[in-house]
Write a protein that binds this ligand. Structure first.
Ligand SMILES: NC(=O)c1ccc[n+]([C@@H]2O[C@H](COP(=O)([O-])OP(=O)(O)OC[C@H]3O[C@@H](n4cnc5c(N)ncnc54)[C@H](OP(=O)(O)O)[C@@H]3O)[C@@H](O)[C@H]2O)c1
Length: 296
């Protein structure tokens, strides 16, 4: 049987790294991916235009995948707060359709959830800790986690809760890493939170771990994140140190000094002991992750 991989959201930050990793691995007979507003950058795979606010079933039946890594989402918490109907349709409704399809057709399903399903009160969250989101984005991601538990009878799924991912974008949209990097290079002022903590992970390292999960038999929940609890501010300082650039333009700010549309949890650092035990792919520390970006 041909091994057919579908990566939804291949024009996204993570999706584009997954597409690149899948292509390089040469393990799949066919790699397919979806795009929406952005034009795809990679041309050696099969691309499918998709609007997740409509049914995604025709796309799924056309591709007939053996494995789906699902990254397609409205991923900005502020956008989710502003566009609740779109967020629900893309993050919940379309995903529910994919879950039903995967379960009925014995397709391995890898779901990319988020550290933002937690309320950020205690930090160092393990897979057993109770999720309790503080914003609508987190609500949509948790609703899907529960849908997976209810619908999957085959147990052929993985819910990977990701920490904050960093690395250059491979598409046309700048992400927060590009903003910090450009700020340091151009010595422009960059404001970064110093009182919000995440377990930040190199995005191509995350893509490699997800590709391993697509090919192995692990099933259930797993936290996939860096092994260190760090604020965006301290991350910015580490990047400046690595690049040997002055960090004076980086300003550390507190959550209550900046008005944001969505509520942000304080400490959603993840405990990654299970991932360290389960995966063969080494999980990089922040310094290793930064080094690997610039050693390419
Ligand atoms: N990045 C992180 O730090 C992080 C952390 C934790 C969890 N996650 C999760 O990881 C996944 C990927 O995140 P990301 O940062 O790569 O997100 P992203 O860069 O915003 O990419 C989202 C993808 O979804 C597609 N999309 C958006 N609206 C769509 C629509 N209406 N119809 C069809 N496709 C649509 C986008 O297509 P176009 O680009 O073509 O518009 C893009 O390919 C998400 O599920 C997110 O919740 C990410």
């Amino acid at each position: 049987m041909p091994q057919i991989l579908l990566i939804t959201g291949g024009t996204g930050n993570l999706g584009s790294h997954l597409v690149r990793t899948a292509q390089k691995s040469g393990k799949w007979d066919e790699v397919h991916s979806t795009y929406h507003a952005l034009n795809p950058n990679f041309h050696k795979i099969f691309w499918h235009f998709t609007d997740a606010r409509n049914s995604v079933l025709p796309m799924l039946t056309r591709i007939n995948p053996t494995c789906i890594i699902h990254t397609m989402a409205l991923s900005s918490p502020d956008e989710c707060e502003k566009r609740k109907l779109d967020a629900w349709q893309i993050n919940v409704q379309a995903t529910s359709e994919i879950i039903t399809y995967a379960n009925l057709n014995a397709v391995r399903f890898i779901y990319t959830s988020t550290d933002l399903v937690f309320d950020g009160v205690k930090g160092d969250y393990s897979e057993e800790d109770k999720a309790c989101p503080v914003n609508f984005y987190g609500d949509t991601k948790l609703e899907v986690e529960n849908d997976i538990l209810e619908k999957f009878t085959t147990a052929n799924y993985v819910t990977a809760r990701l920490g904050l991912l960093y690395g250059f974008n491979l598409n046309q949209r700048l992400n927060f890493f590009d903003t910090i990097y450009n700020g340091l290079r151009n010595q422009d002022s960059v404001k970064l939170f110093k009182d919000q903590f995440r377990s930040m992970m190199n995005i191509s390292n995350a893509a490699e771990c997800l590709m391993e999960l697509a090919s192995n038999t692990y099933q259930g929940m797993i936290h996939l994140a860096g092994p260190e609890r760090i604020s965006r501010y301290d991350f910015g300082l580490r990047l400046a140190h690595h690049l040997k650039l002055p960090a004076a333009t980086i300003a550390g700010i507190k959550t209550d000094e900046m008005q944001s549309i969505s509520k942000r949890p304080k400490d959603v650092s993840l405990n990654v002991n299970l991932a360290l035990k389960t995966l063969k792919t080494p999980i990089q520390s922040v310094d290793e992750g930064i080094r690997s970006i610039f050693s390419l």
